[in-house]
Design a protein around this ligand. Sequence first.
Ligand code: B1M
Length: 210
Amino acid sequence: MSDFAKLAEAVFRGNAVSVKDLTQRFVDSGDDPMDIISQGLLAGMDIVSPKFKAGEMFVPEVMMSAKALSEGMKIVKPLITDKDLSVAKTIIIGTVAGDLHDIGKNLVVMILESGGFNVVDLGVDVAPAKFVAAIKEHDAKIVGMSALLTTTMLNMKETIDLINEEGLRDQVKILVGGAPVNKSFADQIGADGYCADAMAAKEMATKLFS
Ligand code: B1M
């Protein structure tokens, strides 16, 4: 097994200690940070994604892999130059106003980051105006919203309405997700896509950016 494959394997296994150790060793031996990310860290998540989709891995295991990956990313990210990071790949995400659930949203954030996206996480209980301000500040092309309550999912529409009113709708694609949300609701409120899970969010974002 090549050394990068060992790093990918450690990510897949969710072994954060090993990921940190191997990543640091690659950095110390002068490997290109982008190679460490693409051939090691992200390659590990590429093993996870299809297994999660196929029901061969479950949420806690995926979260361990994503956490392990983020430990490696913490080491290499400061070494990446601006030219490596595409600003066009910025995604704003948050749990909508009135809603404090963030486990699923955090998983989505980790998976999107593992896909190489620059994710601006606004946290929970995010008011429509805060989404709008973040779109303007980061010149984002994708906005992701999460809601876990049947009451707060209505705030997704409030947010989309404000994005419309502010004249930003043509600039952004809007993806929604969360347990009570489905495709028909997403269509009804004028979102561009419904994501059943974190992998779907990554796939849709990848498609929208390509
Ligand atoms: Co709450 N809660 N909760 N809760 N809670 C639910 C959602 C509920 C279904 C439980 C129940 O009654 N059976 C129910 C909602 C009922 C309804 O609306 N019809 C409920 C309720 C009622 C409440 C309170 C009102 C309870 C109370 O205080 N009386 C309260 C509300 C607080 C508030 O938000 N204002 C409340 C509080 C809490 C806790 C704080 C205790 C805790 C949240 C902790 C936290 O998030 N930090 C909590 C939890 C943990 C849950 C359950 C048990 C689990 C949710 C979860 O984390 N799932 C939940 C019951 C359930 O769903 N079985 C429940 C795991 C997570 C990985 O899945 O979030 O669906 P999920 O995310 C998935 C996808 O949906 C998708 O990808 C994720 C990963 O694959 N996805 C996205 C999610 N967001 C996305 C965004 C995207 C794309 C995909 O953007 C592009």
